[in-house]
Design a protein around this ligand. Structure first.
Ligand code: HEM
Length: 495
């Protein structure tokens, strides 16, 4: 009896203790979170920057905004129109609370990325770890050393050597298009098949054969699934890094790395310059994480960007048939077979490409940087040290104080009507400074080659029922831009 009584009393005491402990825990958590919120809203060093109320309190505000449509560039653009040149956002570095300022002016771009800037890459760039690619190298000295090696693969001579290969892939695309002449084809997919085939060849000496098979290579699917996750989780990159350990994702990730490393043992093109540097230094095995990282980065950086650009180039060819005639006249004056280096001098073709990249930059939200410890001056505004900053390329390219009729597609602003460009510093599709795009000239060569090759034989129109709006309307911002489907019809021209 006594024993039962003790048990009842004991049970009651345990219950009381549990209630007391949960009260203590609840009040502790409530006061902790309240003080964090009060600090972030009223006392944080970025409190003077305007921005959405919830963005001051948690980064998940930004995730919730972009989770559904993966349209970060559009969300940031809305913030610019609402708050102006400096906005406190919730987008940024590893394990911090909201500690970011997004800036929208060319002046800010130069301060953050221009030569001499002391800003550094943020923890977001650890996404490829354990591999280390050129574009994910956060140490400035190491980056400079590796960039010098990469530059060899993009020298004038190297680029000249690539011309035939690029021309050959452009012909292949034209032949594939001609097989579907008069019928709708998904140009978003075919632009991707082209760009990945080219990069497969340049990175590994072997095409992905996507144009031949008319479908994605499995490696490309893995990359695209990875990029689709990166998009919404950019504000919280540590979640993505943790996600890489989840079995399904981890296996796909491992397959990608194993495949990339295996390809390195075979014939290579641009990678051969990078490999050569390691052979000269007798450090091939030690450098393997760099070389695998570089090969993966080359595919990621060099394929989606070119694919997105091509999709929008074709969109404008279909939308403005008059432009096709102007381009054809310019190209008609050239000798055949086309010499790709001559295309560099075609002012309308280059204006057409620049205008497309201005309105649809393939890296639309820009790149993440941390300010140095002393902070950063942008005009008369001081950004405190260790703040994550970014300058969205999409918004810069559409600023009405930088471009006359900014929302309109006017290729001539880059040739015969330069007054339509009020501030050229706002046109930065390839970024600027020490970390700007190393592949810019190869990318432009590909774009010029495809457009010149295809329009010399075809007119382009939207497929029945297609108005072209989905390409941008349904585009996903997965760091690089992934356009929505675009159905086009190609009609052989009479010669
Ligand atoms: C229209 C096509 C392209 C556009 C708009 C573009 C844009 C960019 C941008 C904005 C960056 C800066 C990224 C950052 O700071 O995080 C970048 C870097 C880079 N791009 Fe491109 N890119 C294009 C094509 C290519 C191609 C064809 C390659 C071929 C290999 C390439 C390779 C790279 C590499 C390796 C970097 C890192 C450079 C460094 O950190 O030093 N890109 N690109």
């Amino acid at each position: 009896m006594l024993f039962v009584g003790q048990m009842v009393i004991g049970h009651a005491q345990v219950q009381e203790a549990a209630v007391a402990v949960s009260w203590v825990m609840t009040s502790f958590s409530a006061s902790l979170f309240t003080s964090i919120l009060v600090y972030r809203i009223f006392f944080h060093r970025l409190r003077s920057f305007p921005g959405p109320f919830l963005a001051k309190t948690t980064k998940f505000w930004h995730v919730s905004k972009v989770a559904r449509n993966s349209d970060n560039f559009r969300q940031l653009d809305n913030l610019y129109h609402r708050y102006g040149d400096f906005v406190r956002t919730a987008y940024g570095d590893l394990m911090q609370g909201p500690n970011e300022v997004t800036m929208f002016s060319p002046e800010a771009l130069t301060a953050v990325l221009g030569l001499g800037s002391k800003c550094t890459k943020t923890g977001w760039y650890d996404v490829l770890k354990p591999l280390i690619a050129l574009n994910t190298t956060r140490d400035k000295g190491l980056h400079d050393r590796r960039r010098r090696i990469w530059n060899r693969g993009f020298s004038k001579k190297a680029l000249h050597d690539y011309e035939d290969r690029v021309g050959m892939y452009s012909q292949e695309l034209k032949e594939r298009i001609s097989k579907s002449a008069g019928k709708p084809i998904n140009m978003t997919a075919w632009s991707r098949y082209f760009s990945f085939d080219v990069m497969g060849d340049f990175a590994f000496g072997r095409s992905f054969d996507m144009m031949r098979n008319g479908k994605n290579h499995f490696i490309v699917d893995i990359i695209r699934q990875g990029m689709a996750v990166i998009g919404p989780f950019t504000p919280v990159p540590w979640l993505f890094i943790i996600g890489k350990s989840v079995p399904g994702l981890a296996n796909r990730w491992k397959r990608l790395l194993a495949w990339t490393t295996a390809q390195l043992r075979s014939r290579m093109e641009i990678m051969s310059y990078i490999l050569q540097a390691s052979i000269e230094n007798k450090s091939t095995e030690k450098d393997m994480p760099y070389m695998s990282g570089d090969a993966a980065a080359m595919i990621i950086a060099g394929s989606d960007t070119v694919a997105s650009s091509l999709t929008f180039l074709f969109y404008y060819l279909a939308k403005y048939p008059q432009e096709v005639i102007t381009l054809r006249t310019e190209l008609g004056a050239l000798k055949t077979p086309l010499d790709l280096s001559i295309l560099e001098k075609c002012s309308h073709l280059n204006g057409f490409i620049s205008e497309t990249l201005r309105l649809h930059p393939p890296v639309p939200s820009g790149v993440l940087r941390n300010t140095p410890s002393q902070g950063l001056m942008v005009g008369d505004r001081h950004i405190p040290g260790h703040t994550t900053v970014l300058v969205p390329i999409y918004t810069l390219g559409r600023r009405s104080d930088c471009f006359e009729l900014a929302e309109e597609f006017i290729p001539r602003r880059w040739s015969s009507q330069p007054h339509l460009v009020k501030n050229k510093d706002a046109f930065v599709p390839f970024s600027i400074g020490a970390y700007s795009c190393v592949g810019k000239n190869l990318a432009l060569m590909e774009l010029r080659s495809v457009i010149a090759t295809v329009i010399s034989e075809f007119d382009v129109s939207f497929a029945p029922g297609e108005d072209g709006m989905g390409a941008m309307g349904r585009a996903k911002d997965t760091f690089t831009l992934s356009p929505g489907e675009l159905q086009l019809v190609f009609h052989p021209i009479e010669k």
